[in-house]
Design a protein around this ligand. Structure first.
Ligand code: ATP
Ligand code: ZN
Ligand code: MG
Ligand code: MG
Length: 469
């Protein structure tokens, strides 16, 4: 990318989260991810250009040196920091403003630093130019997939109902969303196909910011701020042509329900693909920490069927990384306070302890080598805090699943396809690839806010729904 020849007309609005805004190139499979900050500070950027550059470099380092080792580098694209002409950034921000959803406009795009993160466009890989049908891409923000251990929590409910399900009640009460989502992350991370199917159905029904579908790089299905429920048929309308291909021609008679089910199957298979085909039971699962009492999935339906995620599947890697949070925020907080106190007494220790990075090999070593017992030292407290922050990132990341329709089978393959039909073992109509995005480090100083939010969510849940039988 030649940064001195940047033209805002080559870029368009792609999407945004709470921390960053993303634009994509109209021709090449590239995106720029720009920082955002509160609109109230729009005249007065909260950091200098150098600090913004450092922040984005930290994101790249954290992703490439720490998260990619935890999650598996085949899933990760860390990108690179770019310096853009300020005039380009200003024009871009004016151009995209109308396309931004109103509920995100409490923040503005950073137009002062000229810094951005340049990444491959994961919703529209270069490959698709060659194929006739555009790729489908599904983005899932799965959130935390296990219950904390009862040892570390002050309220029993936290070991029974998962954080996501409790948070839903709080989000609806505070007006963030109009309706509660019935998605439960523990069902998605279960590795049990019935439970996963149930979870994905609820993601589709009430996507909020946890589920999006892109077609050829364009978002075609996501939650809008309007209060109308999303029409699942609009999704099916986009999906139908994909299930009418190849040796699957009979599907022109498929009902909407059947199409949706096929789609969910394909998606689940992509999420479960990995090196090992055996399901492995993760630490939380054998302690009964993988079932949420708020999930409407009927437990009886799975019975004692084997559960677990295939080794090296994307969900397995994410869950393992999330489980670096062994103490829960309540168990971690005293250790955070120990570090904070130490930094007050010895401010220069902040850099030796790598509290704000650099996120290099040494940081990764601290995360990986942390002993389970706490020996009372500041080093062991810092290691636990680092581990917790890595887990927080894994609880907040998104999975991108790209589904590329396979080319129709050629004539000389006809014998083979007839044979397949006879045996009724149709190959999947898609090839899939999976990536993980949004792997920013969570600041050390955000930990007290985490504790307060946790207390609010739990006490609201106990006062309202949780108190019901
Ligand atoms: P959050 O509020 O979830 O923390 P964020 O502000 O950190 O979000 P991202 O999740 O990284 O921002 O990006 C916002 C959205 O932009 C994503 O949900 C995704 O739809 C899109 N996006 C981000 N990176 C890419 C990419 N490399 N390719 C395609 N789309 C992307
Ligand atoms: Zn739940
Ligand atoms: Mg995100
Ligand atoms: Mg983020």
């Amino acid at each position: 990318m030649e940064v001195d020849k940047m033209d805002e007309n080559d870029w368009k609005y792609h999407g945004e989260g709470n921390k960053s805004l993303v634009v994509c190139h109209v021709q090449f499979p590239r995106v720029l991810r720009l920082l955002k900050y509160p609109a109230a500070d729009s005249e007065n950027p909260p950091q200098t250009a150098e600090q913004a550059f450092r922040q984005i470099q930290n994101i790249v380092d954290f992703s490439s040196n720490v998260m990619s080792s935890m999650l598996g580098d085949k899933f990760i694209h860390s990108g690179e920091v770019v310096k853009l002409p300020l005039e380009f950034v200003r024009q871009l921000s004016i151009k995209i403003q109308q396309q931004r959803p109103a509920w995100r406009c409490d923040k503005v795009m950073d137009i002062y630093s000229g810094c951005a993160l340049c990444l491959p466009n994961l919703t529209s890989p270069a490959l698709h130019q060659a194929t006739l049908t555009p790729p489908l891409c599904i983005e899932i923000k799965p959130k935390c997939g296990f219950l904390p251990s009862p040892k570390h929590v002050s309220k029993d409910i936290k070991a029974k109902v998962c954080r996501y399900c409790m948070h839903q009640h709080f989000k609806v009460a505070s007006g963030k969303w109009k309706r509660r989502s019935l998605y439960c992350p523990l069902d998605l991370f279960s590795g049990n196909k019935q439970r996963m199917n149930f979870a994905v159905k609820h993601l589709i029904e009430e996507p909020q910011n946890n589920f999006k579908v892109f077609k050829g790089g364009q978002c075609v299905y996501s939650s809008k701020e309007s209060s109308d429920p999303l029409d699942v048929n609009t999704l099916v309308h986009h999906l139908r042509p994909y299930f009418l291909q190849g040796n699957n021609r009979t599907s022109c008679h498929m009902t909407n329900k059947a199409i949706l089910n096929e789609f969910i199957q394909v998606l689940i298979n992509a999420l479960l693909s990995g090196d090992g085909d055996e399901g492995t039971v993760t630490d939380g699962q054998d302690e009964g920490r993988s079932f949420c009492e708020a999930s409407l999935f009927n437990r009886e339906r799975v019975g004692h069927a084997s559960q677990g995620l295939p080794e090296n599947s994307v969900l397995h890697r994410i869950l393992q990384t999330q489980m670096l949070d062994m103490l829960d925020i309540e168990g971690l907080f005293p250790l955070y306070r120990r570090v904070e106190q130490h930094l007050q007494d010895f401010p220069k220790e902040r850099s030796r302890l790598q509290v704000d990075g650099p996120y290099n090999e040494a940081f990764l070593e601290k995360v990986q080598k942390c002993r389970v017992e706490d020996d009372g030292s500041v080093e062991s407290a810092v290691a636990k805090v680092h581990q917790y922050r890595v887990a927080m990132t894994a609880k907040d990341c998104s999975i991108m699943v790209v589904l590329l329709p396979r080319e129709e089978e050629k004539d000389d393959d006809e014998g083979l396809s007839t044979l397949r039909r006879l045996r009724d073992c149709r190959p999947s109509p898609f090839t899939s690839s999976v990536s993980i995005l949004d792997l920013d480090p969570k600041p050390f100083d955000s930990i007290p806010r985490q504790l307060r939010l946790d207390q609010k969510i739990v006490s609201y849940y106990l006062r309202t729904s949780g108190a019901l039988p």
